[in-house]
Design a protein around this ligand. Structure first.
Ligand code: RM4
Ligand code: NI
Length: 287
């Protein structure tokens, strides 16, 4: 039976949803999946990373994200060293703010981990020396906070984690590997959606941003996100509305317009469908 690593065995008993494992070196590790997700940063050595049909030769600077249920393993290790950031995506509750307007964020965190199995030669993100140094410095900060667990560590650790994912998302856009480029293009389409949340979806435009025909864009989008561009946009609008309901005093009609609905009744219906309660109830309970 497939081995599944459990949250209880890898996270602190206080339940904080981020933890760090350094592998210096990484030992051979049998095929496994996790209840959590992993953000892996390779800091030295060589080795083979195998997941589904994919297998990559790893070197220092490679970065990848493994969604929990996806099986992976390490083989053929030659002093491979890495930092493994384990996190529980559903427990993080990070306010992403404007991060989804960075194409690399989608490529690395929403598209990469979910993409269909295929054989590729390289990890989708490779950091240059200076980028790697910056990111590892942030990882050190994060680790310090997690070790110390002084009052306020949750806040500080979360801030460091956010900086790490922000930094990596930007790096992705600067120099994606050839394999990463395709993902980045779809990421660009997602970030375009995000930045134009108030407008209608223009499929032709999205497809051209992704350098694809309309048909293949729809197919790739569906397989990467599990949904259609319109449904994705509505989800994002609702998410943004939730955040505005909690963090602002704007009236509900204003929020509806602000996030791109031009009819506040339609907004309320969509909101109820997605969240299970009306915007008003949501605000009262979460405010
Ligand atoms: C292993 C290896 C696995 C990871 C666990 C937590 O050494 O890095 O990928 O899931 O640690
Ligand atoms: Ni793992």
């Amino acid at each position: 039976m497939k081995r599944i690593l459990r949250n209880d065995d890898w996270f602190h008993p206080d339940g904080f949803p981020i933890s760090i494992e350094r592998r210096e070196p990484q030992e051979d590790f049998e095929p496994h999946a996790h209840e959590f997700a992993e953000l892996v940063i390779v800091t030295g050595g060589k080795g083979l990373h195998v997941t589904g049909g994919d297998s990559w030769e790893l070197t220092a600077g490679d970065v990848f994200v493994i969604a929990g249920p996806r099986e992976h393993e390490y083989r053929d290790l030659r002093d491979l060293r890495l930092v493994n950031l384990l996190y529980q995506p559903n427990q993080l509750k990070i306010r992403l703010l404007d991060l989804p307007s960075v194409a690399g964020y989608h490529a690395l965190f929403t598209l990469g981990p979910n993409r269909r199995q295929k054989v590729t030669a390289k990890a989708p993100l490779h950091l240059k020396g200076r980028e790697l140094a910056r990111v590892t410095a942030l990882v050190d900060r994060l680790e310090e906070e997690l070790k110390g667990r002084e009052p306020g560590f949750g806040f500080m650790a979360m801030a460091a984690f956010m900086q790490i994912i922000g930094e990596l998302s930007r790096c992705y856009g600067r120099s994606p590997s050839p394999d990463g480029r395709a993902l980045l293009r779809v990421g660009e389409a997602l970030s375009h959606l995000e930045r134009n949340i108030q407008n209608e979806v223009d499929l032709e435009e999205l497809a051209s941003i992704a350098h694809m025909s309309r048909r293949s864009f729809l197919r790739v989008f569906q397989s990467a996100t599990g949904t259609s561009p319109l449904a994705w946009l509505i989800d994002r609008r609702i998410e943004r509305a939730c955040s505005m309901l909690r963090h602002t005093d704007l009236r509900i009609t204003e929020i509806a317009f602000e996030v791109g609905f031009n009819d506040s009744n339609y907004f309320t219906r969509q909101f109820r469908k997605a969240v299970g309660q009306s915007p008003r109830e949501y605000r009262l309970k979460r405010g």
